[in-house]
Design a protein around this ligand. Sequence first.
Ligand code: NAD
Length: 418
Amino acid sequence: MEFLLQNSVFRMACSQFDRTADFLQLPDAVRERVKWPKRAIAVSIPVRMDSGDVRVFSGYRVQHHLTLGPTKGGLRYAPDLDMGESAALAMWMSWKCALVDLPYGGAKGGVACDPRKLSLRENEAITRRFTQELIPFIGPQVDVPAPDMGTNPQTMAWILDTYSTHIGHSVPSVVTGKPLGLGGSAGRNEATGRGIAFLAHHAAHQMKLPAECRVIVQGFGNVGTYAAIAMAQYGSKVIGIGDVSGAIYNPNGIDVVALRQFVDSGRSLAEYTEGEHITNEQLLEQPCDILIPAAKEQVITGANAAKIQCRILAEGANGPTTPEADAILDQRPEILVIPDILCNAGGVIVSYFEWVQGLQSFFWTEAEVMDKLYRILTHAFTQVMRTAEEKKIPMRIAALSIGIRKVSDAKAARGLFP
Ligand code: NAD
């Protein structure tokens, strides 16, 4: 699996793992066993495009470990997706699931494509053929995909349908993040963003920040939108939002719901007039109380970590902060980092609720879902804070050390076969 190291995101996940393994003093044999993914699957996806031409797309699925139950993780549709990025994201999913005590290993994958350039029919054809190729490797007790960048509940519905047609009966628990009418869970769509806002608000309260915190959000997709809306509902003022087309900044506050409606009407954030247009790089460096990167990985780097001006860095995206940036942030005690595997865990927690509800065919109300979600997040946050304080280590290493320790203990308890 050394070929994965060609990818910078995978090298970053390994660097975080190695730093944490040093802290935990994991013996070499245990490190190797815990670190590398169990399975990395690559498939070719031939699809007839609307033009009549046939294009072959590359699809990936990496299953990091199978020690605690099925694997779980999102599917990403993005032009530059590759096996290394999938492996990094799968690894982070493993530590995240373990941190919040879910009975899963991590997985991630998707298709190298630009969903914005596909028709609905082309997107469906890619999804169904990709699912067909993955049938031996997925299932409610094997590996359960969910949405990530570029995919959504409709993608999950197509996967559910393709898989169920193959099996011969409906298998809703093969995916999570599916539409409510097909057995989705109340609150799943909003869960990641709301969980981020809940933790950021909780931390702000503990740090005695003003009730009307100034918030900046990078990314205005599923995660960024619900995080921004929930922060506004907590009484914060969202002063900056960015997406792939650029960023908008307004120190008087942005009406997030109005901006969402504007973008949903087919216009781009770059066309919105209620604020100043700046670049995504400038957005990250504006003064604020809470900064939420919720777009892509590696946006807070050695080049800008000294320039960010927030009190709480609430990581909505996976891997937004590079190890070089971490080294700088470790020297800036005025900034509390809520690391990705804790901060955005709301998505997989409610995915777990959806999986459990589906297996039992017994469904919960949104209030029950959110109550259970917030209890788990509060417990995990307290554990991570306490570990960081007691061991005098950064929040990221504290969170990773709890997750990695649980996976290595589980592997040790099961032993080595044969
Ligand atoms: P999405 O596709 O719904 O939205 C992504 C957003 O990021 C879009 O607004 C897009 O315009 C923006 N973006 C893309 N490239 C950008 C760039 N270069 N600069 C600025 N903005 C850019 O995806 P999502 O589901 O919201 O996921 C966002 C992040 O959160 C990803 O890192 C994902 O892995 C992570 N995450 C998602 C979930 C979930 O439940 N969807 C759960 C946990 C973590």
